[in-house]
Write a protein that binds this ligand. Structure first.
Ligand code: FES
Ligand code: FES
Length: 170
């Protein structure tokens, strides 16, 4: 990791690509990626749940792989690509997975939904024709306080059944 070394009160300049756009922010070395995204960059779609890597609520993609943003230092994202749930939305609107969540009323309070969507997105990318059991296993690390798991699994299953080209449209 190469971080520009100019210090300002211990803060360091962090540069990365957020949802396709370059961003630059000064951060304290101990700040988590979750804090940088949510508090410094206004990416409030990234939610704080447990802060301990247990609930999956803060799930974010780092170079396309899901990570718990509460467990990563912001500086570890330097020079990399970070995707939040906003990054799933394309020029034509909602990603098909997002639409499936809407169609199946998979979001109740919606707090877990960003993390669920990102995990499901990566899962379907790597497993285009999953079984219901596989979907449940893939989402097991993401907790829903509203316990709406059935509808979430329904939504992911429905999206998996859609033409692959449609799912990869964005
Ligand atoms: S807030 Fe990061 S895993 Fe719970
Ligand atoms: S929809 Fe409320 S926590 Fe999952």
């Amino acid at each position: 990791m190469t971080v520009r070394a100019e210090d300002t009160g211990g803060r360091r300049r962090l540069e990365f690509v957020l949802n396709g756009r370059p961003v630059e922010v000064w951060v304290a070395p101990h700040e988590t990626l979750l804090a940088v995204l949510h508090d410094a960059l206004g990416a409030t779609e990234v939610k704080y749940g447990c802060g301990e890597g247990v609930c999956g609520t803060c799930t974010t993609l780092l170079d396309g792989a899901p990570i718990n943003a509460c467990l990563l230092l912001g500086l570890q994202a330097h020079g990399r690509a970070v995707t939040t749930v906003r990054g799933l939305r394309g020029a034509e609107g909602r990603h098909p997975l997002q639409q499936a969540f809407v169609d199946h009323e998979a979001a109740q309070c919606g707090f877990c939904t960003p993390g669920m969507l990102l995990v499901a997105y990566v899962f379907l990318r790597d497993h285009p024709a999953p079984t219901r059991r596989q979907i449940r296993a893939a989402l097991a690390g993401n907790l829903c306080r509203c316990t709406g798991y059935t509808r979430i699994v329904d939504a992911v299953e429905a999206c998996a059944a859609a033409p692959r080209a449609s799912r990869e449209a964005t």
